[in-house]
Ligand binder design. Structure first.
Ligand code: SAH
Length: 353
């Protein structure tokens, strides 16, 4: 067992099984052994690759979307330009490069990053070394002013709970111990007030997932945008109101057993965008697929302009990156984009109300 696995097993032996959320939070953010606390997991040498690490075009499109939304709202000054879970800082660096010529945007922007990992904060600091950056542990300490924000592959890392529908209630899926090894188990069935609406829409045997922290964050962002204006772009894999187990572990670009190597594998779940939209007290756009969103923002002409300067391997890599970001069989359909704006404001370009 990993060192963190031993700590978790000892805790279960002392106080009983953990919810999936408690297990996930320990695995990802344990101060000493957590997956994100101890490493930079991104890129070819790491465990997974994200859209901004595939091509600069992703951040360029997101940057132009946020800047146009800022212009559409009258260019409020100053405003918070924020990112949740900025990884290596690549997306924010691309956003800033792509918006350099938008008059007034950089002068008005104050950069705020929400990042739990000390290791990744160091990487972000060097990627954004020309900028004055404010880091936050949590969303609720962001300043009270207009907010233009992006979160790419952030919400999938937030801890989920899983419940299996029974005839008369829900059994929660938990992590327990059998013969000194971690294993999944189920609690006794009970009715759960916050799942009453889903009880009516599910069958016995269905599994539903909830993500309390995601709803709290969506509520906070939505309230800020309702109060001060701005826009948020939430980009991730997931869908709306689905059932089924999406809890997964990835290590070295391969799916693994989520209980096999606590602290050494990335743990994620699909994002329930319908729950985020319901939690936000501002206007939410319709859900768009990443492929459609990027096409509407002009990724193909941008890809062609960049391609004109490339040859050989560099050209092949670039063409493959464009396909990977947009094609339905790659990231184009699995990944979705949800936008928040104030009631009455125009939707961010690429999205519809
Ligand atoms: N957005 C980046 C990185 C995605 S990986 C990209 O697209 O490349 C997830 C990011 O969220 C990492 O930076 C991780 O450290 C951060 N993170 C995960 N859980 C978090 C939490 N609860 N609070 C703050 N940051 C978190």
């Amino acid at each position: 067992m990993t060192p963190l696995g031993q700590i978790i097993a000892a805790q279960i032996a002392r106080t009983g099984p953990l919810s999936i959320a408690e297990y996930m939070a320990l695995c990802l953010l344990h101060p000493e052994h957590g997956y994100y606390t101890t490493r930079d997991p991104l890129g070819a040498a790491g465990d997974f690759v994200t859209a901004p690490e595939i091509s600069q075009m992703f951040g360029e499109m997101v940057g132009l979307c946020l800047a146009q939304s800022w212009l559409d709202q009258g260019g409020p000054t100053p405003f918070t330009l924020a990112e949740l879970g900025p990884g290596r800082g690549t997306l924010m660096a691309d956003i800033l490069r792509a918006t350099a010529r938008v008059p007034g945007f950089h002068d008005a922007a104050q950069l705020h990053l929400v990042e739990a990992s000390p290791t990744l904060r160091t990487v972000q600091k060097s990627a954004l070394d020309r900028w004055a950056v404010h880091w936050h542990d949590r969303v609720d300490t962001l300043p009270a002013r207009p907010l233009f924000l992006v979160a790419n592959e952030f919400f999938d890392a937030l801890p989920i709970r899983q419940f299996i529908r029974d005839d008369g209630g829900w059994r929660e899926r938990v992590v327990g111990l059998q013969d000194d090894a971690l294993c999944f188990g189920l609690t006794q069935p009970s009715r759960i007030a916050t799942l009453e609406d889903r009880f009516a829409r599910t069958q016995p045997g269905d599994l539903v997932e909830t993500c309390g922290p995601a709803q709290t964050i969506a509520q906070d962002l939505g309230q800020r945008i309702a109060d001060h204006g701005g826009a948020a772009l939430i980009i991730d894999y997931g869908d709306a109101d689905r059932t089924g187990d999406t809890f997964q572990a990835v290590q070295g670009h391969k799916k693994t057993d989520p209980l096999a190597a606590p602290g050494l594998a990335d743990l994620t779940a699909h994002v329930d965008f319908a729950a985020l939209a319901r939690a936000a007290p501002c206007a939410a756009t319709q859900l768009a697929t990443q492929g459609v969103f990027l096409e509407r923002l002009g990724i193909t002409p941008r890809a062609q302009a960049l391609a004109a300067r490339l040859t050989g391997d560099a050209l092949n890599t670039h063409v493959a990156a464009h396909r990977r970001l947009t094609h339905p069989s790659e990231m184009g359909t699995l990944f979705k984009v949800l936008g928040f704006v104030a009631e009455g404001a125009a939707p961010p370009p690429g999205l519809e109300l």
